[in-house]
Design a binder for this molecule. Structure first.
Ligand code: AMP
Length: 493
């Protein structure tokens, strides 16, 4: 084996195989069950973040807030917690940290008293100029309580010289850059905002006389709300009782949603641009099949991330789709995390080869993406150990060569396998007989956009192309966060 593959193997052994995910946000107006419906919405959005969750409500007089580490179902199913969250307006948040450390004080929504009254803020995404803004605010005397970039937004709102709260919010939004979707709660209104390129998702639903804002449509389905439309890129929606007002403070831009919502993040039953994520992923599999040049006996998905693409692939070629890997659904994060030794077992804890389907078979193994190669590296070996004759790996998106700064928190370029290695080198590292990624053209075709036609909406696809719609200011500068010296003393009760 080549020396550099050996070094790569050693290096990758020490990485956490799980990438960080995004956050889920939810808000509802004008509903006597606001807190309970928010808990349900957050439960549907659980896949977007499992580190912590929180709900803030307003009852016409004051705000109520409950935040917890862990899953929504474990924390917000208790009568006693929901009973504390009074009021007809609520916002909620599922956290998986993309910036900031993992402490209770970083769990959202954040709440602040400003000279125009209280405000709660929940944020999905990542600000690309948060550190430079934060350092300026600190120089001006601002005191930060958390290390989350969302607090920067709250501070900007509080510091604005404008009089009306909505003007203070617009003022703050004008200063921030990056990929963001926000839900905010003021005494008079529920407010939603989406970044000028619409990188992060936010949709509007209606439940009788209530408006709902959520990261994905699956959060509407669970409470029986109807999908109305997406919040447009660069749009701010102001909801008061059953009225919705749209504010568009930015010069119009073409929308460029994040391609990873299509490939990986969104729940398969959520609708993106008129189709379910499931349909988009099946189409990615179909395009992958059109580019296929390998003959195999069976098509096996990496569950669950590769399921839809593998199904599309198999159906297009008329090949047998088999569950060659069985997933244990009861592996919690806490079980995987405590020590590096246990973490290295990660894939084995989660997946096992299904001998009966794979023995002596030529297999095409399909996953949605390959980042550090940890998953494929372990699964290919598992399949060979269980008697597979050949394992060919197909990835239903192009090579990820560039890091993300808009809330996905992929590793640095140094850690991205495809950024530093040829196809053959990656193939050797993961131990497969062959390896192929979907082409960029195939990916655009599958999702229904055409990269070459300017009239079509495009995607935020920097992972593959290095084409960043928003400059990552903090990354380019030498801005370093002023470290917090206070230890987290809050308890999770
Ligand atoms: P890796 O094992 O590092 O190559 O990562 C690829 C695997 O992680 C695939 O099975 C993906 O489904 C999954 N994946 C891709 N993006 C993310 C993400 N942002 N967070 C968690 N898992 C991811």
């Amino acid at each position: 084996m080549k020396k550099h593959i050996k070094i790569l193997k050693k290096k990758l052994k020490n990485f956490n195989p799980k990438l960080k995910e995004e956050c889920g946000i939810f808000g509802i107006s004008n509903n006597k069950d606001a807190a309970a419906l928010t808990a349900l919405g957050l439960h549907a959005l659980q896949h977007r973040g499992q580190e912590g969750c929180g709900i803030v409500t307003f009852d016409g007089k004051q705000y109520y807030s409950e935040k917890r580490f862990g899953l929504v179902g474990d924390n917000f199913n208790k009568e006693k917690v929901l009973k504390n969250l009074l009021g007809n307006y609520a916002i909620g948040h599922n956290r998986y940290s993309t910036t900031g450390e993992n402490t209770l004080r970083n769990i959202q929504p954040f709440f602040a008293d400003t000279n125009a009254g209280g405000i709660g803020v929940a944020h999905n995404g990542n600000l690309t100029n948060s550190i430079s803004l934060r350092n300026k605010l600190v120089k001006d005397g601002a005191i930060f309580y958390t290390t989350s970039d969302t607090e920067t937004i709250v501070q900007l709102i509080a510091k604005s010289k404008r009089v009306k709260k909505i003007d203070k919010i617009v003022d703050a939004i004008f200063q921030i850059q990056g990929g963001y979707a926000l839900v905010m709660l003021t005494q008079a209104s529920l407010i939603g905002a989406r970044d000028p390129f619409g990188i992060r998702p936010l949709i509007i639903g209606k439940l009788k006389n209530s408006y709902v804002l959520a990261s994905e449509t699956c959060a509407l389905d669970i409470i029986g709300a109807k999908f109305i439309r997406e919040v447009e890129n660069g749009e701010i929606v102001l909801i008061e009782k059953d009225q919705l007002k749209s504010i568009k403070p930015f010069p119009p831009k073409k929308i460029r949603p994040c391609v990873f919502e299509y490939i990986y993040f969104s729940r398969p039953d959520s609708i993106l641009n008129g189709k379910t994520a499931y349909e988009h992923r099946k189409n990615l599999g179909v395009e992958l099949a059109k580019e296929n040049d390998v003959n195999a006996d069976i098509i096996v998905p990496v569950p669950d991330s590769g399921n839809a693409a593998a199904l599309g692939f198999a159906q297009h070629l008329g090949k047998n789709f088999e569950l060659g890997l069985i997933r244990n659904h009861y592996v919690g994060r806490t079980f995987i995390e405590p020590s590096q030794k246990i973490r290295n077992l990660g894939v084995k804890l989660k997946l096992n080869a299904n001998q009966s389907t794979i023995k002596n078979k030529k297999i095409i193994l399909i996953d949605d993406s390959l980042v550090r190669g940890t998953t494929s590296h372990k699964i290919v070996k598992m399949l060979y150990d269980a008697g597979a004759k050949e394992v060919h790996v197909k990835i239903a998106c192009p090579e990820i060569k560039y890091p993300d700064f808009y809330g996905v928190d992929t590793p640095t370029k140094k850690e991205l396998l495809a950024a530093n290695n040829t196809n053959d080198e990656i193939c050797e590292y993961i131990g497969a007989k062959s390896l192929k990624f979907l082409s960029l053209e195939g990916m655009y075709k599958a999702i229904g956009f055409d990269k070459r036609n300017e009239n079509y909406p495009q995607l935020t696809d920097h992972y593959f192309t290095g084409d960043y719609p928003v400059k990552p200011i903090d990354e380019l500068g030498d801005s370093k966060i002023t470290q917090l010296s206070l230890l987290n003393t809050a308890s999770n009760n």
